[in-house]
Design a protein around this ligand. Structure first.
Ligand code: NAD
Ligand code: TYD
Length: 335
C-alpha cells in the first residue's frame, strides 16, 4: 500500500507518520510538506532513513508538485497540511486562504485524477464556532466559524463535502479538539507555557483565562485518524475529542505547579479578538462506529508532555531563537 501524507513535518503529521511506519509495515509513505515555519524535518529524524519512508518538499496548492507526488499513484491521502494558528490568521489571513482553501481543492482534484482510493481530510472542532456553558459539538452541529483560521478550515471542509456530493469522491472528514503532546510548535498554549515556565519567562494568558478547551493527546488523535482513514465511511464526518475540558488558567497553573514555578509568572494580557469561549466534543460516533477509544487521560498526558519538553530543550530552543521570535515580538509586544 502507498499512502501520501501532506503536512507530515508538522506537529500532528509527524506523530502520525511515526505511528503509521511503526504499526503498518505494509504501508509505504510519502510525506509531502512545504516546510513552512511550522514544518520541521527534525521531528522525523528517527524514521527518515527507513526505506518505506520518503519525503518531497512541495505546497499543496502547487498542482504540478502534487501531480509529481501522485505520479506513482496512492491508495490513501491524509491531508494535514494547513496553516494552523489562530493568532497568525488574525495578523495575516492570506496564507490561510491560500493553503487551507485553495490547497485543499487542488489536492482533491489531483486525487480524483489519480484515482486515489481514499481521502482523509484532517479538520478541527473550531469550524463549529463557540459553545455556551452547556452542550457539545456533534457531527450535525451547524458550521459557524469565528476566526480566519476556522473559517478557512470550514471552507476546506465544504470543498471536501462538495467533492463527495458532486464526484462521488471517497473522502472522510475528521474534526478534532485541541491537541497536545511531543513536537508541538511552541506558539500553541501548552508548549508556549511549558517552555516559558522552563525559561522563567512570563506566561501570557488572554483575557480572564476562563476560556475552555477540550484537550486530547496527539497519539489518541492520530489513532482516530488512522481508524477513519482505514475504516471510515466515505462522505462522513467524525468528531474526535479528549473528554478533558479545562479552563486555560487551570491548565497554566497546573503547568507551573508541576514545574515548581510560582503563579506570579502568569501575566494576563489583552484578549484575542473574537476569542471563542468554549469548545467541547461529543465523539460517540467514532467510538461506536469505528471502535476508537482514548488511551490517555489529561493528567498523565500533561505530565508526560512536560517531561518531553524538559528532555528536548534543544528542539524548542532552536525554534524560539529563530524566526518565531519575530512573530512573538509582534503579537505579544503590543498586548
Ligand atoms: P502544524 O502547524 O504543526 O503543521 C502544519 C504542517 O503543514 C507543517 O509541517 C507545514 O510545513 C505544512 N504546510 C503548511 N502549509 C503547507 C502547504 N501549503 N503545503 C504543504 N505543506 C504545508 O499543524 P498541526 O497542529 O500539526 O495541525 C495539522 C492539521 O490538523 C491541520 O490541518 C490543523 O488544522 C488540524 N488540527 C489541528 C489541531 C491542533 O490542536 N493542533 C486540532 C484539530 C485539527
Ligand atoms: P491555542 O493553543 O492557540 O489553540 P486554539 O486557539 O486553536 O484553541 O490556544 C488555546 C487557548 O489558549 C485559547 O483559548 C487561547 C489561549 N491562549 C492564551 O491564553 N495565551 C496564549 O499565549 C496562547 C497562544 C493561547
Amino acid at each position: 500500500m502507498r499512502w501520501l501524507v501532506t503536512g507530515g513535518a508538522g506537529f500532528i503529521g509527524s506523530n502520525f507518520v511515526r505511528l503509521v511506519l511503526k504499526e503498518r509495515p505494509e504501508i509505504d509513505l510519502l510525506n509531502f510538506d512545504a516546510l513552512t515555519y511550522a514544518g520541521n524535518l527534525d521531528n522525523l529524524a528517527d524514521v527518515r532513513d527507513l526505506p518505506r519512508y520518503k519525503f518531497q518538499r512541495g505546497r499543496i496548492q502547487d498542482r504540478a508538485a502534487v501531480e509529481l507526488a501522485l505520479a506513482d499513484g496512492a491508495d490513501v491521502i491524509v491531508n494535514f497540511a494547513a496553516e494552523s494558528h489562530v493568532d497568525r490568521s488574525i495578523v495575516d489571513s492570506a496564507p490561510f486562504i491560500d493553503t487551507n482553501v485553495l490547497g485543499t481543492q487542488v489536492l482533491l482534484d489531483a486525487a480524483r485524477r489519480a484515482k486515489v482510493g481514499r481521502f482523509l481530510h484532517v479538520s478541527t472542532d473550531e469550524v463549529y464556532g463557540s459553545l455556551g456553558k452547556e452542550g457539545y459539538f456533534t457531527e450535525t452541529t451547524p458550521i459557524s466559524p469565528n476566526s480566519p483560521y476556522s473559517a478557512s478550515k470550514a471552507a476546506s471542509d465544504l470543498l471536501v463535502h462538495a467533492a463527495v456530493h458532486t464526484f462521488g469522491d471517497a473522502a472522510v472528514i475528521t474534526r478534532c479538539s485541541n491537541n497536545y503532546g511531543p513536537y508541538q510548535f511552541p506558539e500553541k498554549l501548552l508548549p508556549l507555557m511549558i517552555s516559558n515556565a522552563l525559561e522563567g519567562k512570563p506566561l501570557p494568558v488572554y483575557g480572564d483565562g476562563q476560556q475552555i478547551r477540550d484537550w486530547i493527546h496527539v497519539e489518541d488523535h492520530c489513532r482516530a485518524i488512522l481508524a477513519a482513514a482505514e475504516r471510515g465511511r466515505p462522505g462522513q464526518v467524525y468528531n474526535i475529542g479528549g473528554h478533558a475540558e479545562r479552563a486555560n488558567l487551570d491548565v497554566v497553573r497546573e503547568i507551573l505547579r508541576q514545574l515548581g514555578q510560582p503563579d506570579s509568572l502568569i501575566k494576563f494580557v489583552k484578549d484575542r479578538p473574537g476569542h471563542d469561549r468554549r469548545y467541547a466534543i461529543d465523539s460517540r460516533k467514532i467510538e461506536t462506529e469505528l471502535g476508537w477509544t482514548r488511551k490517555w487521560n489529561f493528567e498523565d498526558g500533561l505530565a508526560d508532555t512536560i517531561r518531553w519538553y524538559q528532555e528536548h530543550t534543544k528542539w524548542w530552543q532552536r525554534i524560539k531563537d529563530g524566526t518565531y521570535q519575530a512573530f512573538y515580538d509582534q503579537w505579544y509586544g503590543g498586548r
